[in-house]
Write a protein that binds this ligand. Structure first.
Ligand code: ADP
Ligand code: MG
Length: 705
């Protein structure tokens, strides 16, 4: 091979030789634009050649205690037989593959992956890993992960493998369109052989004990035989830490820069007076809890300080965030300004407006609701009232940030449920010359350590106390066979005059082909058959907003006794007369999401019940039976699902890290934050500025908080 010119990591990935248009397109699609991108997408797993168990030895494993732990076993063999059928009861696609490696055979069993039957052929060489289970006819591997390794040579599954498997560890890459793991491995090899080492840009205190960037990439794509396979697979080697540190330091710089910028800005000063305090008190229907008082004081301090408030208010479901939001808005509204509350959905915006009307009583005309799909005349009037300042309390959805909205004197924005909100909206307001105070309320409690690192440019307030008189909610987990008990409970509660929620998971067509689920229509038929003549409403995301609002309204008023819904009711809906919630296919939900759902009941005086129906993942779901502490649940949820899933993936505006993990690496992040503050104080180097620019684009840092 003629020696090729060395290349900086910023070079387009298409310099790799032999990339046809299809592969080039697949790279683009997969977010791989430069050599750096190619190299930062690490193998998802490393297979140690020495760990492959000959099939003939599997029988002996059966009696090892490890088997109990569902240890992942790696096997390599040739497809000897392939059968497709349907499972007897659920009619799921069933694919059975008989693997042979000369020493013995093993059956691999796949559910709901009918395409496997088309993509696999007799004679294919497969690497499979998964747990062993006792099947009807001996040991089998159910739902293993597989990698196609070309064809076995001369009937020997290891034959010809030496070309691919040159050293002890074989890195496996996620398939990207036509780019298989093995093709990717070759591309990475070329990139590594040509890459120029980048200039060091991490502060010495962060990387003193870590390999440099290029060395780290080599260690992770071509692990030397003496590497620790366990640490590699856990992504906990020093090389991983080096790459994670780069991402986290860029992230921390972004956050710290924004915070430093905010602290320099002058904020609107909201004046207070004894009259104002009395007036606010006159609106209150009950005594504030200690936590509400503490948090409100923190907000008042901000509003009167001359700085711009950016505060995150966290509190468990039912801790009374709305009242704090109202008081904060009243602070500005009653001193000549305007406050706006941004709700994630129309249902919630209407409900907040209704709540505020109750609190304001005779002064309710000072409230204005603003929604996207309002009638033209209605909207015109709303906009006029906002522009004239007649409306002081403005409640709405994202329509609040549209071009046409002119505020009279906007001083505070409260955001209910922060994950759907980003810097973009703040920018939209800045475009209008507005720099209001911000109060961001989180419906999902975020463990404090993580919140501090994640939303570092927001100050934190926590409502850590529930209003008095709350009864714990009786929580049960039933399997499908036991579900009759849930229907009995519903019957009893409705007879007693109370109302009931039933939640079905929203199912998209992609899922439907893979997993058999009871969808909302099936649930509706079941309920109608079981409770004949019952007045019920069904709501889901595909309804027109008007229709949705009308149906919800019938339930809120108490006309409908049962509300069957997808998670559109997840946040905030307040119906004190509802005493039961049943969630079908509870395994489809995150723990925090279930906890939010549970918070919809137990708001009145009656004893309330939360019932989950599920046949799987019972251990995870049991956490909800054990505790009602939202922070504890969030921590567990975060550990199980990782931050992406936990926050609802991309829309969440979380940085898109390749290597770093906000939960696993929270200690590293803390170090990076401290180092970032120091680096900003002393001024960034050119190399640091350059990295920051690039990483902000790649990690989408600008979207964060
Ligand atoms: P969340 O924090 O989940 O948004 P809400 O603001 O909806 O909670 O409050 C939950 C319920 O508690 C509401 O019905 C509200 O009226 C009631 N509540 C709020 N603050 C108090 C308080 N200080 N004393 C009694 N009840 C309160
Ligand atoms: Mg709320």
């Amino acid at each position: 091979m003629p020696s090729l010119a060395p290349l900086p990591l910023s070079t387009q990935a298409t310099v790799i030789r032999g990339l046809g248009p299809a592969r080039a397109a697949a790279l683009q699609e997969g977010g791989i634009h430069t050599l750096r991108d190619l190299l930062m997408h690490l193998p998802y797993r490393y297979v140690d050649r020495g760990s492959i168990v000959p099939l003939g030895e599997l029988e002996m494993r059966r009696f090892e205690p490890d088997l109990e732990d569902r240890e992942i076993i790696t096997v390599l063999g040739e497809v000897h037989d392939l059968r497709q059928s349907l499972t007897r009861i659920q009619k799921m696609a069933l694919t059975e593959v008989l693997l042979n490696d000369g020493s013995g055979t093993l059956k691999l069993v796949f559910f709901n992956q009918p395409y496997l039957g088309r993509s696999l052929k007799i004679g294919d060489r497969l690497l499979a890993f998964g747990p062993l289970v006792e099947g009807r006819n001996g040991l089998e591997m159910r739902g293993p992960h597989i990698e196609q390794m070309g064809h076995a040579v001369g009937g020997n599954p290891h034959g010809g493998l030496d070309d691919i498997w040159v050293s002890r560890f074989l890195p496996l890459y996620r398939k990207m369109g036509p780019i298989s793991s093995l093709v990717r491995k070759k591309m990475v090899e070329e990139a590594l052989s040509r890459a120029l080492p980048p200039e060091e840009w991490l502060p010495t205190e962060l990387c003193r004990h870590l390999p440099d960037t290029l060395t780290a990439l080599r260690l992770l794509h071509q692990p030397p035989d003496e590497s620790d396979g366990r640490l590699l697979n856990l992504r906990e080697t020093p090389a991983h830490q080096r790459l994670a540190m780069e991402e986290l330091f860029a992230f921390a710089l972004g956050v710290e820069l924004r915070r430093a910028g905010r602290l320099k800005r002058r904020g609107l000063v909201v004046p207070t007076s004894p009259e104002l305090r009395n007036r606010l008190k006159s609106f209150l229907p009950f005594h504030l809890t200690g936590a509400q008082r503490k948090v409100f004081k923190e907000i008042v301090d901000d509003l009167t300080s001359g700085r711009v408030m950016h505060r995150l208010l966290q509190g468990d479901v039912g801790s009374g965030k709305t009242l704090v939001a109202f008081l904060s808005m009243a602070m500005v509204a009653e001193t000549g300004g305007q406050g706006a509350l941004l709700a994630p959905t129309e249902v919630l915006a209407r409900q907040h407006a209704l709540n505020f009307e109750r609190l304001l009583g005779d002064e309710a005309h000072r409230i204005q609701l603003l929604l996207g799909p309002m009638k033209a005349a209605e909207k015109r009037e709303a906009l006029a009232r906002i522009a004239s300042g007649e409306a002081r309390y403005i409640v709405g959805t994202h329509a609040l940030f549209q071009e046409a909205v002119k505020f009279n004197d906007l001083r505070l924005v409260v955001v209910d449920e922060q994950h759907r909100f980003g810097v973009k909206q703040r920018e939209a307001l800045k475009q209008k010359g507005l720099d209001p105070h911000w109060l961001v309320m989180s419906a999902t409690p975020i463990p404090r350590s993580l919140a501090l690192s994640l939303f570092g440019d927001l100050d934190q307030s926590v409502l850590d106390e529930l209003p008095p008189g709350r009864q714990p909610i009786t929580t049960k987990l039933l399997d499908t066979e036991g579900a009759e008990r849930a229907w009995d409970l519903i019957e009893k509660e409705i007879k007693a005059g109370r109302q009931v929620f039933v939640v079905s998971p929203s199912i998209d067509p992609v899922d439907e082909s893979k997993v058999k689920l009871r969808d909302i229509q099936a649930m509706e038929s079941l309920i109608r058959a079981r409770f004949q003549g019952l007045d019920l409403e069904v709501v889901h995301g595909r309804l027109k907003p008007d229709d949705m609002a009308a149906r919800m309204e019938r339930f809120v008023r108490g006309d409908a006794k049962l509300l069957l819904a997808t998670t559109v009711i997840e946040v905030g809906v307040d119906v004190p007369n509802a005493s039961v919630m049943v969630v079908d296919h509870a395994e489809r939900f995150g723990l925090s999401q279930l906890h939010q759902l549970r918070g919809r009941v137990g708001r009145g005086a009656a004893r309330s019940f939360f019932v989950m129906i599920s046949n799987v993942e019972t251990e995870r779901l049991h956490v909800l039976v054990k505790t009602q502490d939202g922070f504890e649940i969030a921590q567990t949820d975060l550990e199980i699902r990782g931050p992406g899933e936990f926050f609802g993936t991309r829309q969440a505006g979380l940085p898109q890290f390749q290597v770093a993990d906000l939960v696993r690496d929270r200690k590293l992040l803390q170090l990076c934050r401290e180092a970032a503050a120091r680096a900003i104080a002393t001024g960034l180097s050119d190399a640091q500025n350059e990295w920051l620019q690039r990483e902000q684009a790649r990690l989408k840092l600008a979207e964060v908080s």
